[in-house]
Design a protein around this ligand. Structure first.
Ligand SMILES: Nc1ncnc2c1ncn2[C@@H]1O[C@H](COP(=O)(O)OS(=O)(=O)O)[C@@H](OP(=O)(O)O)[C@H]1O
Ligand SMILES: Nc1ncnc2c1ncn2[C@@H]1O[C@H](COP(=O)(O)OP(=O)(O)O)[C@@H](O)[C@H]1O
Length: 198
């Protein structure tokens, strides 16, 4: 419910102050892709590389956030949209706090991802498409969920009987069925260094 009876309070320490203190910009690396594509694997390794580079990070992962903040949400289209809306708002707060946030959610709907892009400041939303064929994701099946979905034990599983809308203009594409996880991490680090974001 929206209320007009609330007032915005500014802090005396600004986002720019926090960025200056940390010695780098803040932004969100938004990983999107099918289940099993490698969002968690690549974002975990990238966070380690960023940490070792002196960058202040935080990682939000679908499985983890769905245990806490979003434990009341399922996988209907409406719940997925709400999941991504909340994560987008949290990522925005983290950006305001001066952090580099890595998010790893399927985020299957283009409109939901674009909404997050819209609420962030220009250039602060970096979409990372973790591209991997459904066949490869299904053969990896790290959690056995594709098998369950094929057996009809899970309904509305992304890629099987629920949609995944590929990004049209992602800032970065990593192809995990063609490149190693080390190559994916190196490609993202290069992208960030080339643009002087880190
Ligand atoms: N129906 C259905 N469809 C897709 N995925 C399912 C489903 N049910 C459970 N899971 C497990 O939940 C993880 C995806 O959660 P997300 O929060 O990333 O999904 S979404 O962005 O809201 O679509 C996903 O994890 P990842 O494999 O890390 O992507 C699955 O482990
Ligand atoms: N090149 C690669 N890049 C990323 N993951 C890979 C690659 N090759 C194999 N894998 C494996 O694929 C699986 C991806 O699972 P995960 O990272 O949980 O994906 P997601 O978070 O997208 O569901 C892991 O078991 C990982 O070891």
């Amino acid at each position: 419910m929206k209320s007009s009876n609330i007032t915005w309070h500014n802090s005396k320490v600004t986002k720019e102050d926090r960025q200056k203190q940390k010695n780098h910009k803040s932004f969100v690396l938004w990983f999107t892709g099918l289940s099993g594509s490698g969002k968690s694997t690549v974002s975990v390794e990238l966070e380690k590389a960023l940490y070792e580079h002196g960058v202040h990070t935080y990682r939000l992962d679908g499985d983890n956030v769905r245990h806490g903040l979003n434990s009341n949400l399922g996988f209907s289209p409406e719940d997925r949209t709400e999941n991504i809306r909340r994560v987008g708002e949290v990522a925005k707060l983290m950006s305001d706090a001066g952090l580099v946030t890595l998010t790893a959610f399927i985020s299957p709907y283009r409109q939901d991802r674009d909404h997050v892009r819209d609420i962030m400041e220009d250039g602060e939303f970096i979409e990372v498409f973790v591209k991997c064929s459904l066949e490869e994701c299904e053969s990896r099946d790290p959690k056995g969920l594709y098998q369950k979905a094929r057996a009809g034990e899970i309904k509305g599983f992304t890629g099987i009987d629920a949609p995944y809308e590929e990004p049209e203009k992602p800032e970065i594409v990593v192809e995990t069925d063609k490149q190693t996880q080390e190559e994916s991490v190196a490609a993202i680090m290069d992208y960030l260094k080339d643009r002087k974001l880190i």
